[in-house]
Design a protein around this ligand. Structure first.
Ligand SMILES: NC(=O)c1ccc[n+]([C@@H]2O[C@H](COP(=O)([O-])OP(=O)(O)OC[C@H]3O[C@@H](n4cnc5c(N)ncnc54)[C@H](OP(=O)(O)O)[C@@H]3O)[C@@H](O)[C@H]2O)c1
Length: 278
């Protein structure tokens, strides 16, 4: 028996990193899960892992920048499992660099993925949660330590996460009477596939600083990091980065609270690399 038996969860960006770990952690508490992401193979693996442990999982290969595809992901959860209790708006991207050298396409991708898609996810969650009996649910928006400090990860990315916090604060008041809770989770630097948008030379020097040979390890721009290398860095340099599981536990903490408890915000940072943004 888990704390989320008979609950239904949607996680955007469930193919990788924090979203993947969250989907698996909430499924381990008994929830049925619908996950969305762009990489079919990765989604299939997450779904297989969840099902192997006895929980329901559906996935959709989708782009959160397309409103209709976010709507379809929420509808898939309802069609498959009959309701929606927890919406985790997690999908996000980051491009670094000064505004003076800014690339509008990268700004657009960050704004559409981190802000607009999250807004659509909130709207769709409310649409379904209003008809739950009893009415209510929980929306978890994945923000960032960068909502508290600017600079380390780029001003535009940071601005998108400030927006996530502002949206969540306003939404919390808007949906309070509907019995919907809104939690913001702000990760600090977490070793996921988030850095894949960095230029190859930046990836190479970051890898070397962590004692990894980028060529031997197969670290390539745009691609997932080899899990073996991630596990080794987390094991050998504790506290430098958070693991995706550390954030999954934060999400689980918020959604497992009794209805009498509202967790507004959780900020989680690595104990050593505490000045790193994310
Ligand atoms: N890692 C950090 O240090 C850190 C720190 C603070 C906040 N965060 C936040 O944590 C969240 C998760 O990031 P992560 O660290 O887990 O990174 P990640 O490993 O790169 O995972 C990001 C997820 O978002 C999905 N995604 C991105 N763009 C998408 C799109 N257009 N349509 C559908 N899915 C999309 C990815 O899907 P595919 O892989 O299938 O493409 C992936 O599942 C983000 O909101 C990020 O801003 C991360």
């Amino acid at each position: 028996m888990g704390g989320l038996d008979s609950k239904v969860v949607v996680v955007t960006g469930g193919s990788s990193g924090i979203g993947r770990a969250t989907a698996i952690a909430l499924a381990a508490e008994g929830a049925s899960v619908a996950i969305g992401g762009r990489k079919a193979e990765a989604l299939e693996e997450v779904a297989a892992e969840i099902k192997a442990h006895g929980s329901g999982c559906v996935f959709r290969v989708m782009d959160v920048r397309d409103e209709a595809q976010v709507v379809a992901l929420v509808d898939a959860a309802v069609d498959e499992f009959g309701r929606l209790d927890i919406m985790v708006n997690n999908a996000g991207v980051s491009y670094q660099g000064p505004i003076a050298d800014g690339n509008v396409e990268q700004w657009r991708e960050m704004l559409e993925t981190n802000v607009l898609a999250l807004l659509v996810g909130c709207r769709e969650a409310i649409r379904v949660m209003k008809s739950n009996d009893p009415q209510g649910g929980h929306i978890v928006n994945i923000s960032s330590n960068a909502a508290r400090q600017t600079g380390a990860t780029g001003q535009v990315y940071s601005a998108t996460k400030h927006a996530v916090n502002a949206i969540s604060d306003g939404l919390r008041q808007e949906v309070h009477d509907l019995g919907i809770r809104v939690t913001v989770v702000m990760p600090g630097a977490t070793l996921t596939n988030f850095g894949r948008t960095l230029p190859q030379e930046v990836l190479n020097s970051a890898a070397r600083a962590l004692g990894m040979d980028p060529e031997d390890e197969g670290i390539r721009q745009g691609e997932y990091l080899p899990q073996e290398g991630v596990d080794r860095v987390l094991r050998e340099r504790p506290g430098t980065f958070l693991a995706a599981d550390d954030l999954a536990r934060a999400v689980a903490y918020a959604v497992l609270q009794p209805a009498s408890v509202h967790v507004d915000e959780i900020l989680v940072r690595p104990s050593v690399g505490i000045s790193l943004g994310g």
